[in-house]
Write a protein that binds this ligand. Structure first.
Ligand SMILES: C[S@@+](CC[C@H](N)C(=O)[O-])C[C@H]1O[C@@H](n2cnc3c(N)ncnc32)[C@H](O)[C@@H]1O
Ligand code: SF4
Length: 488
């Protein structure tokens, strides 16, 4: 499995990465004799010598939660599966599980964290090394999420011996899109598995792992919440964690709560309240109600190691950082410029500064998300226009290329295409040394397409050059985890 090596750094990547971790000396050294390769960057590097580091105060303590995927296989076949197992049992021919060596690479992050979550990407218990992994994180709070199907008494004993703290059954009741596809026998089996866990704990005299359930809600199972709450309470489950089914195709959208969000929001909130009154801990996200909009509760809190172990995610959404971990310390990576800028974007509290992916994420803005999911008639295709613009640009026909980029920005529903188009407009301003205009356009680039490394590097240098003090509009109170920000 060569996935991780695919994007291993070339000179450009090394230079840009050095800048994004504030090592401008190293970037200059790498560019010596090679400055033609990145002429715009070289020029800006010279102009910014001695200027203050951008957003240097927006650093934070390492993430409290580390999530790590351990397997790339699953045989359950949930229709809703966001990991891609709805129509397959394996993601790759030659890569099935996380190896002990790969796990060890995450250990510095685990050492700095409080909670380690073993989840997926396929079925967590498919990895035969899982017991050793859990054992290695024994000093931390650990959580293992599983469908529950492959669990046996023997496996449960090994997990208890490895000091697992929480076991989380993904179980949605009876729904076609969820675990067990609405089969009553599947449902009965999972309740028996939960009973089995409690019985093994008793046998070994262990109070851990605590048992929790994650129920993913859609139209079909919302009315089963009360039954789920009663059955869970009866079996000593300590937490019913609710989640909302995120649809990834039109069929799932029709089954999701987003077709009539306000109606389902009311129902869900009423059931959560009733469940908590009955004495079971019931929550959605980390709250007891689903709101119209709220700050993101993931910010500065977690890092998720999924497929590309050198490119972890800050949440389960589509934000990708424009920087790979390349032998950096946890502190260097976590406080590199893209993370500081991400904090700034969330800290302003303004929808206009948020990454588009966050502003329309269901966890922050379910109403906007629901609106965005509505089927639309827009049949605009960005790709052919974009390719044509690249051709025009290569022929130095900038004015014509620019028209195409502007058409993409005005008409495309896809923020990634809009971000790419903004990037080219910004690049032109760099060539013409129109730096304030370039700065605004690079801001738009990363807002739409957060993973754009070159745009981020320009943004870094332009912030220095123009001495932009973005911290002025940053509010600690608005940050979800303000206590994690240094200096607070
Ligand atoms: C992908 S699974 C991997 C771990 C394991 N196979 C399991 O099901 O627990 C991780 C979590 O994602 C949830 N999930 C899967 N598809 C989803 C979707 N479309 N929307 C929301 N949650 C989803 C599952 O319910 C599960 O709790
Ligand atoms: S059990 Fe988990 S990984 Fe497997 S298909 Fe269902 S949600 Fe996906």
């Amino acid at each position: 499995m060569e996935f991780e090596k695919r994007d291993w750094p070339n000179l450009q990547n090394k230079v840009l990465s050095a800048i994004l971790i504030d090592d401008l000396k190293e970037a200059k050294r790498l560019l010596q004799g090679n400055d033609e390769a990145l002429i715009g960057i070289s020029e800006l590097l010279e102009k910014t010598t001695g200027k203050p580091t951008p957003l240097k105060n927006l650093t934070a303590q390492p993430p409290r939660e580390i999530h790590t995927a351990v397997s790339y296989t699953c045989g359950i076949g949930c229709k809703m599966c966001g990991s891609g197992f709805h129509d397959k049992t394996s993601l790759f021919e030659d890569y099935k599980q996380l190896s002990p060596q790969q796990f060890d690479e995450v250990m510095p992050w685990i050492d700095a964290a409080e909670l380690v979550v073993y989840v997926g990407q396929g079925e967590t218990l498919d990895n035969p090394h899982i017991y050793d992994f859990v054992k290695k994180s024994a000093g931390k709070h650990s959580n293992l999420t599983t469908s529950g199907v492959p669990l046996t008494r023997e496996k449960m004993k090994r997990l208890i011996q490895a000091s697992l703290k929480d076991i989380n059954f993904s179980f949605d009741g009876l729904t076609l899109a969820g675990h067990g596809s609405g089969n009553i026998k599947y449902s009965q089996t999972i309740w028996k598995q939960i009973d089995m866990v409690q019985s093994v704990k008793k046998e070994l005299g262990s109070e851990f792992p605590q048992v929790m359930i994650t129920m993913v809600l859609n139209k079909e199972n919302v009315d089963q919440m009360e039954e789920m709450i009663d059955s869970a309470k009866e079996r000593g489950v300590f937490l019913l964690q609710l989640d909302v089914m995120v649809p990834h195709n039109p069929e799932l959208y029709e089954q999701s709560i987003f077709t009539d969000f306000k109606y389902y929001q009311k129902k869900i909130n009423e059931e959560i309240k009733k469940g908590n009154e009955k004495g079971l801990w019931v929550r959605i996200g980390d709250d007891t109600e689903i709101k119209d909009s709220q700050p993101c509760h993931f910010i500065d809190k977690m890092l998720i190691f999924n497929l590309d172990r050198y490119l972890p995610s800050v949440c389960c959404g589509p934000i990708t950082m424009p920087l790979k971990i390349q032998g950096y310390s946890t502190d260097t990576y976590w406080n590199s410029f893209p993370f500081r800028y991400f904090r700034f974007m969330h800290g302003t509290g303004k929808s206009e500064t948020l990454p588009v992916a966050c502003d329309t994420c269901w966890a922050m803005n379910p109403l906007k998300f629901a609106d965005q999911m509505q089927p639309k008639d827009n049949d605009f295709k960005a790709r052919p226009l974009y390719l044509e613009a690249s051709e025009l640009k290569n022929q130095n026909k900038w004015d014509e290329a620019e028209k195409n980029y502007k058409t993409i920005i005005q008409n495309s529903d896809n923020p990634v295409w809009r971000g790419k188009a903004y990037f080219h407009l910004a690049e032109r301003e760099i060539l013409e040394k129109n730096y304030p205009k370039a700065y605004t356009l690079f801001q738009e680039t990363v807002k739409n397409y957060f993973g754009h490394q070159l745009a981020f590097t320009y943004l870094y240098l332009l912030m220095m050059l123009l001495e932009k003090k973005q911290e002025d509009s940053f509010s600690l109170e608005r940050m979800q985890c303000s206590s994690a920000v240094s200096g607070s």
